[in-house]
Ligand binder design. Structure first.
Ligand code: NAP
Length: 290
């Protein structure tokens, strides 16, 4: 643990709730490994206090913050500046101290990309299914388009939300690459070579560990690789169903790791080498009781 003294810089996580976060493990381990005089603490912010929290962080000279549910979009009006990628995604998960305020970034999207590279998951040329059409699904859809997926199909309970994201992706890329589908229309999926399926809903998260958006084995026969953004439980019901049909499956733990690594790089201006990322990942696994 970093020795706290008069020069210690503070970073934190604002959200509600923040009590079950693994982010302190990530950042305090990175501070220890890099020798940076920095501590990271969870900061529970009640719903009516978001603006006060950002102003208070500036007043207290906090170096940076992560932002989690439910504030990733709501925090944008209180920023001094916003990175173009975060503005395009419409969600910010990292604040970096700048003159007179904070600049907002989105490290979830590049974090997922680094995680997929680390897990050996190809995007270019793939037919991609995204389950969900929430804040993260939107960022995932943008990433898939940017990394040259062949096709993006967003399946969501509320199909209008999926359609909105598909329209935005098509407008940005200038191609008809993305389309929307209602969850119960999965029978229409027909790619012979199978799909890369990214599970971006909150269904299946602890404590509802037996829940999944699609239960039918016929759906999973069409999936060659499943990527669940949930990491608690470590093996989700979605992952079990993918594996039961012979597909490969990964959870969202490496996305969490790399979104944190990229945030730490933004706060400190230091490039984190892969050997350090691996050590942080081991600490995360220990904290999860694995
Ligand atoms: P969100 O904006 O609240 O979106 C939730 C999505 O889940 C929506 O598409 C919603 O469908 C769907 N959904 C919720 N309950 C459902 C149900 N009972 N049946 C079918 N669909 C349902 O959430 P988010 O911020 O995008 O986060 C989504 C997931 O990503 C969360 O589980 C979160 O843990 C995970 N995540 C992981 C990381 C990481 O680092 N690994 C980072 C960020 C987020 P409707 O549109 O129909 O409501």
């Amino acid at each position: 643990m970093t020795e706290i003294n008069g020069y210690t810089r503070t970073c934190g996580l604002i959200g509600n709730p923040v009590e079950h976060t693994l982010s302190p493990v990530i950042h305090n381990t990175l501070a220890e490994l890099t020798g940076e005089n920095l501590v990271y603490v969870p900061l529970h912010v009640a719903n009516s206090y978001l603006e006060d929290a950002v102003k208070g962080a500036l007043a207290l000279n906090l170096l940076g913050m992560n932002v989690t549910v439910p504030y990733k979009s709501d925090v944008i009006p209180y920023l001094k500046d916003i990175d173009p990628l975060a503005a395009q995604i419409g969600a910010v998960n990292t604040l970096v101290s700048v003159e007179g305020g904070y600049k907002g970034y989105n490290t979830d999207m590049p974090g997922l990309y680094r995680a997929m590279c680390a897990d050996g998951v190809e995007i270019a040329g793939q037919k991609v299914l995204i389950l969900g059409a929430g804040g993260v699904a939107r960022a995932v859809a943008m990433l898939m388009a940017q990394k040259n997926a062949a096709q993006i199909i967003l399946l969501n309970r509320t199909v209008e939300r999926a359609r909105k994201i598909a329209d935005e992706v098509n407008a940005i890329t200038g191609k008809r690459i993305a389309e929307a589908m209602a969850l119960d229309e999965y029978g229409k999926l027909d790619a012979k070579e199978g799909y890369l399926a990214i599970q971006a809903t909150s269904v299946g998260m602890h404590p509802d560990v037996d829940a999944v958006v699609i239960e039918d084995a016929a759906f999973y026969q069409k999936v060659h690789t499943g990527y669940d953004l949930i990491f608690n439980p470590w093996e989700t019901r979605f992952m079990k169903l993918v594996r039961a049909q012979g597909g490969k499956a990964n959870n969202g733990s490496k996305m969490l790791l790399y979104q944190g690594v990229i945030a730490y790089e933004l706060w400190t201006g230091r490039k984190i080498e892969e050997a350090y990322a691996k050590q942080v990942y081991q600490k995360m696994c220990q904290a999860m009781g694995l």
